[in-house]
Design a protein around this ligand. Structure first.
Ligand code: HAM
Length: 430
């Protein structure tokens, strides 16, 4: 019979507990992100996960604000939101110091974010998201750099070009199309929301939804959306935004990024994007989904200050990244940070074990000393189950001879060595 007085060990719905093996993977993802973005000159910033609720009302996009935020009233009657994304926060930080910061500014952060979503594959209620943003550059050199950073991250994780594709679009081109079809700003916004959901709708459902806005012009509109060349010709190849998009793609192609494709239906949900938008997709049939994305948002800082600071960036979640790595068998094997487990052939050898551990720690070896007081076989099992790669045993014979058996738990090889030799052997191994 279950004991109703006991608390549940389950975590809150849609969030994760990170046991050491899970955190190992998350740290691997974070460290890989950091390594790549820092190579491109991005520096890290951070902020609190609590924000004033009004920050998101201005520009984030209705779905996120109305349906997905965790918002509460604090004891001082302020409306507070757990940040659902980092972009409004980073825009606030930049605007607050717009006269002191040296632009172009390359910033990154790995915040945890909260969205009240229906938990499913790739979507949870708390995730961590790499945010890479470049402030102060209005032209496409920043767009191409941002996409290049996203591409290099994929390569650093071991992905091949054929494993993923990068879809690119420009909001200004889509807006020009809306203009040519006579859509007012309100209906344009509605059309964007419909197009954003296209992949999740049937062709008929998509057509019907657009018909409400475009009437008898719907079929022409759809046929333009479905043919990138026709669309660009229709807007005009001399149109500066068309030229810019074509040049951005050309620059990326000639830099060796060959999996870039123009997709006029790529919207991205947020209202603040003003120009180029992009999204990276997994091409595996088992995980055919969006991995991450971003775009240009030149107006966001003007919500706070006088200046309009052009900006472009992207957000990449740890959940989708882990799914990708799992699908493509690119995840590293777990290895704990502990290098060595010292087994004791009796509790009377604990002080000698601690003395050896202290010496080795000074040499940079991470050492755990057994405290179980169990039989040797049981101690070895503990080290094995915790996947600690090396063990040594400390007993009377070892202390008298100064020679210790160091066992490599992966290969089973045992070497008789002096304590001074341990750190070199362990270092060679890792
Ligand atoms: P977003 O498309 O909402 O953009 O999120 C970016 C990425 O975060 C997604 O592609 C996905 O990897 C991850 N993500 C989002 N929601 C969830 C969730 N519920 N569970 C797991 N992962 C999730 C933004 O947030 C923009 N603020 C990105 C940006 C930065 N644009 C410019 N700079």
């Amino acid at each position: 019979m279950s004991d109703k007085t006991k608390l549940s060990t389950e975590s809150y719905k849609g969030v994760r507990d990170f046991y050491p093996e899970d955190l190992f993977i998350q740290n691997y993802i974070f460290n890989t992100w950091k390594e790549v973005v820092e190579k491109f000159g991005y520096v890290e910033y951070s902020a609190s996960l609590l924000e004033s609720a009004e920050l998101y009302r201005a520009k984030s996009g209705e779905e996120i604000v109305n349906e997905q935020t965790y918002t509460f009233t604090d004891r001082g009657d302020r409306e507070v939101t757990l940040r659902p994304e980092m972009t409004p926060t980073v825009a606030r930080l930049v605007a607050a110091k717009e006269n002191e910061l040296a632009f172009p500014l390359r910033w990154y952060s790995i915040p945890n974010l909260f969205r009240y979503e229906k938990p499913q594959r790739g979507r949870l209620r708390e995730h961590w998201q790499l945010n890479v943003d470049l402030f102060g550059v209005e032209n496409r050199s920043a767009d191409t750099e941002i996409i290049t950073v996203g591409y290099e991250i994929m390569k650093k994780f071991g992905a091949k070009d054929t494993d993923f594709s990068i879809k690119i679009n420009n909001r200004k081109i889509v807006n020009a199309l809306y203009g040519k079809f006579g859509l007012n700003p309100e209906n344009s916004n509605k059309a964007s929301k419909v197009i954003d959901k296209k992949a999740k709708m049937s062709p008929d459902g998509f057509e019907t939804a657009l018909e409400e806005l475009l009437n008898d012009k719907t079929k022409d509109f759809i046929s333009l959306l479905e043919s990138d060349e026709k669309l660009l010709e229709y807007i005009g190849i001399e149109n500066p935004d068309v030229k810019d998009l074509v040049a951005t793609i050309d620059e990326l192609l000639s830099a060796g990024i060959e999996n870039i494709v123009f997709d006029p239906t790529l919207m991205r949900g947020f209202d603040y994007y003003t120009g180029m938008v992009f999204e990276v997709f997994d091409l595996s049939p088992e995980n055919n989904r969006s991995l991450f994305g971003g775009g240009r948002y030149d107006d966001l800082t003007s919500l706070f200050g006088e200046k309009k600071i052009p900006a472009v960036g992207f957000g990449e979640g740890d959940v989708t990244m882990k799914d990708f790595l799992e699908t493509h068998e690119l995840l590293p094997k777990y290895k704990p940070s502990t290098d060595l487990y010292i087994c004791l052939l009796g509790d009377e050898f604990r002080s000698k074990g601690n003395e050896i551990a202290k010496k080795l720690r000074e040499k940079g070896v991470n050492v755990a000393v057994d405290l179980s007081q169990k039989k040797l076989g049981e101690q070895i099992k503990i080290a094995d189950r915790q996947k600690i790669p090396f063990i040594i045993c400390v007993g009377e014979n070892e202390i008298n001879s100064g020679i210790y058996p160091l066992k490599n738990m992966l290969t089973g090889v045992e070497s008789k060595i002096k304590i001074e030799e341990v750190s070199a052997i362990i270092r060679n191994h890792s």
